[in-house]
Design a protein around this ligand. Structure first.
Ligand code: SAH
Length: 255
C-alpha cells in the first residue's frame, strides 16, 4: 500500500482566490479533507468530488481538548494510505494549532508538508489600506491573541502592558470580546487613549466591515464585530490610513 501523508494548507482569510496555487494543487490531490469553520467553504469544491470531507470545527463540539481527536483522525487516515489535506483558515501556523498538529504527526511518523496562507493580519491590513509597518513610526508588528485557551496560570497570559511599551503595531486576533480589558491594559502600559484602532471584520469577504476609532472608546466598535472573525489593529499606522483617505478625498474635491 502507498504511504499516506498530510498536507497542512493555509486557506487564506476568506476570499476563495486568496489561497495559494500550491494550496489549490494540494486540494486537487486530496483523498480526505479535514477542515473546521472556514471563512469560505467554497474552497472544498477545489477537491475531487470523491474526496471525503471531515468537519472538525466548533459545530462538531471542538474545544481545547478535541484537538487530540483531530490528530487521531489525521494519523489514522494517513496511516491507511490516504493523502490528507488539513485545511485551516489564514496561515496554518498562526493561531491555528498547526504546531500541535505537526507534533502529533511527527510522533506518529507521518510525512507532512506545510503550505502557508495569507494570515488575517495581512488581509485586514490590505483591505483597510493600513501598512502594518511604516518607516519612522512602526518598526515592528506583533501578532497577538486576545483570547487564550483556559487553564493558563495567572501571570502567564499576554503581557499587554509590556506590549504597549514596544510601540509596535498590534494585530489582535480573536480580540473582540475582551477588547475592553485589553484596551485598559494597553493604556496602563502607556499607550494614549487616542491611539487609533481599526476593527476589520470578515476581511476580503463581501460582508467585510472596517471601523476606525480610538483605544479609549474601542469597545462599542468591537462589539459591532462580535461573533464575526475580526482583526483589531492598534497603532499609529492606522492614523496614516486616515491621512491617506483624506488626501484621496481632497483629490476628489479638487478634480
Ligand atoms: N490561522 C488564522 C487565524 C486563526 S484564529 C490566520 O492566520 O488568519 C481566528 C481569528 O483570526 C479570528 O477570530 C479573527 O481574529 C482572525 N480572522 C480570521 N479570518 C479573518 C477575516 N477574514 N477577517 C478578520 N479577521 C479574521
Amino acid at each position: 500500500m502507498r504511504t499516506g501523508r498530510v498536507t497542512l494548507v493555509g486557506a487564506g482569510p476568506g476570499a476563495v482566490d486568496l489561497i495559494t496555487v500550491r494550496g489549490q494543487q494540494a486540494l486537487r490531490e486530496a483523498d480526505v479533507i479535514v477542515y473546521d469553520d472556514l471563512a469560505n467553504p467554497e474552497l472544498l469544491d477545489l477537491s475531487p468530488a470523491a474526496a471525503r470531507r471531515i468537519y472538525v470545527g466548533k459545530r462538531a463540539g471542538r474545544h481545547c481538548m478535541a484537538q487530540v481527536a483531530i490528530g487521531q483522525i489525521m494519523v489514522a487516515e494517513a496511516a491507511a494510505g490516504f493523502h490528507v489535506v488539513r485545511l485551516k483558515g489564514g496561515d496554518p501556523l498562526v493561531f491555528g494549532r498547526g504546531g500541535e498538529e505537526l507534533q502529533v504527526l511527527a510522533e506518529a511518523g507521518i510525512p507532512c508538508e506545510i503550505v502557508p496562507g495569507v494570515t488575517a493580519a495581512s488581509a485586514a491590513g490590505a483591505s483597510a489600506g493600513i501598512s502594518l509597518t511604516q518607516r519612522g513610526s512602526a518598526s515592528a508588528v506583533i501578532f497577538v491573541t486576545g483570547h487564550e485557551c483556559g487553564g493558563k496560570p495567572a501571570g502567564e497570559g499576554v503581557d499587554w502592558i509590556a506590549l504597549a511599551r514596544t510601540r509596535a503595531t498590534l494585530c489582535i486576533y480573536m480580540g473582540t470580546r475582551r477588547i475592553g480589558v485589553i484596551a485598559a491594559e494597553l493604556q496602563k502600559g502607556g499607550l494614549p487613549g487616542n491611539t487609533p484602532v481599526a476593527v476589520i471584520a470578515n476581511a476580503t469577504m463581501p460582508e467585510e466591515t472596517i471601523d476606525i476609532g480610538e483605544l479609549a472608546s474601542v469597545e462599542p466598535l468591537a462589539a459591532f464585530a462580535a461573533g464575526q472573525p475580526a482583526l483589531i489593529i492598534v497603532g499609529e499606522v492606522v492614523r496614516l490610513r486616515e491621512i491617506a483617505a483624506a488626501a484621496q478625498a481632497n483629490l476628489g474635491i479638487v478634480s
